[in-house]
Write a protein that binds this ligand. Structure first.
Ligand code: UD1
Length: 426
């Protein structure tokens, strides 16, 4: 996607119809990394069509894995011949989540050397918890400028690890590192996100011995080796939340398919509180979201799972900008996740921020503007705002959005949204 490409979003009527949610980006990335631990063929189904996934596939291939698509969303991976523990710096730089290859490489080869991770620009995003955990497992970690290494000459040893914060990436990295360590590892204050459970299920199918994923205490008993398996990626709860919010903001009616309602309880609760009708068809993994009037302002506070997801904060704020009355947001997971605020204000939103809190005074109308997708979910928020803004919204830095939304244009258009990519000649 070139710098000149814009996503043009025009005011669209109420979105109507159905949309099928893809496999979760945040599951696919660690699961692809985890495939480095196995020495036999692995099949992964429901792989989302995303640039972040492409980056991870390139990293695996670069390390010597055979990776090929069997169909549009199914991958065959064979890591039997992987012989490098040094993922290419230029690829690692493109995506923060690439750092989860560190745990599997360290576990399998006793050594991993990489670059400090890049990725979404939403705050400091340190990796201290990952490195402290590797140290606890007996590795020696070192940061030399932006090169990071972890080495364990005599193999990793199980240990008790307490995470100061339930970091998703650190929990995943340490869980993977511990699978081939000697003895028992206990990760306390572990992240409880559904993607952690998905990764644990995948690793257990490969022969790992992990208990407790989804709770704050994960116990891993090291095994000698991991084998092949077939696994289907869990549905993307944040993609689902985004389309639910698209229905709400446009006063439409959307049937969201392939969604697990229990994974997005806070989003459902807050939509209902705002005046939306949300119907769950549990047996079919379907949620129907309907809004037939202007919704009311509400408050959200982001928290680690099972709290309100930080990854849906900006999209929910887009809805709040046109709700009746005042809304409040408190962001507690990332320290710099309000970059969408300045962009929403360009569209006529009335928002005041102070530290990690934001007050939003609902306006009757937004207006189209030239705005920038400053990060992935901020970009999604601008699409939602653009769907109800008068005229045309022209979003730059669209590559951020394509990192996390599979078949974005097709899915939105299928619901009647008016949006397209356009080259800007200036
Ligand atoms: C993952 C998700 C991301 C989501 C985030 C929080 C993936 C690929 N990405 O990111 O979409 O927004 O969880 O739900 O799954 N922290 C430290 N030290 C560390 C690691 C993290 O202080 O070593 C802090 C971070 O700065 C941040 C907080 O912990 O404030 C949460 O980060 P973390 O849960 O690690 O997020 P990611 O795994 O990067």
């Amino acid at each position: 996607m070139s710098d000149k490409e814009r996503l043009i979003v025009k005011k669209s009527g109420p979105l109507k119809g159905k949309v099928k949610i893809s496999g979760a980006k945040n599951s696919a990335l660690p699961i692809l990394a985890a495939s480095l631990l196995g020495t036999e063929e692995i099949i992964i189904e429901e792989v989302p069509n995303l640039t972040d996934v492409e980056i991870m596939i390139s990293i695996l291939k670069n390390l010597g894995a055979k990776v090929e698509y069997i169909d549009k969303s199914t991958l065959r991976i064979d890591s039997g011949n992987v012989n490098s523990f040094q993922p290419p710096f230029e690829l690692m730089d493109k995506m923060r989540a690439s750092f989860v290859v560190m745990g599997p490489l360290l576990s399998r080869f006793g050594s991993a050397v990489t670059k400090a991770p890049g990725g979404c620009n939403i705050g400091e995003r340190p990796i201290d918890l990952h490195l402290k955990g590797f140290d606890a497992l007996g590795a020696k970690t070192n940061i030399d400028f932006d090169e990071i290494s972890a080495i364990s000459e005599n193999g990793l040893k199980g240990s008790n690890i307490y995470l100061d914060f339930p970091s998703v990436g650190a929990t995943e990295n340490l869980m993977m590192a511990a699978t081939l360590a000697k003895g028992e590892t206990i990760i306390e204050n572990a992240a409880k996100e559904p993607e952690i459970v998905d990764l644990s299920n995948f690793l257990n199918k490969m022969g790992a011995k992990i208990k407790g994923a989804g709770t704050s205490s994960i116990i891993i008993n090291g095994v000698e080796k991991l084998t092949g398996t077939t696994h289907t990626i869990v549905p993307d709860r944040i993609e689902a939340a985004t389309y639910m919010l698209a229905a709400a903001i446009t006063k439409g009616e959307v049937r969201v398919e392939n969604v697990i309602a229990s994974h997005i309880r806070p989003v459902i609760a807050k939509l209902i509180e705002s005046g939306c009708i949300v119907k769950e068809l549990e047996d079919d993994d379907v949620i129907i979201v309907k809004a037939n009037k202007r919704l009311k302002g509400t408050s959200i506070k982001t928290l680690p799972y099972p709290g309100f997801p930080t990854d849906a904060q900006s999209q929910f704020m887009a809805l709040m900008t046109v709700c009746e009355g005042e809304s409040h947001v408190k962001e507690t997971v990332f320290e710099n996740r309000y970059m969408h605020v300045a962009e929403l204000k360009k569209m006529g939103a009335s928002i005041i921020t102070e530290g990690n809190e934001a007050a939003i005074m609902g306006v009757e109308k937004l207006k189209g503007a030239d705005v920038e997708a400053t990060d992935l979910r901020a970009g999604a928020a601008l699409i939602l705002a653009g769907l109800v803004a008068e005229g045309e919204t022209r979003i730059s830095n669209v590559y951020h959005i394509l990192r996390g939304y599979s078949d974005l244009i097709e899915k939105f258009k299928g619901l009647g949204a008016n949006l397209e990519f356009k080259k800007i000649e200036k």
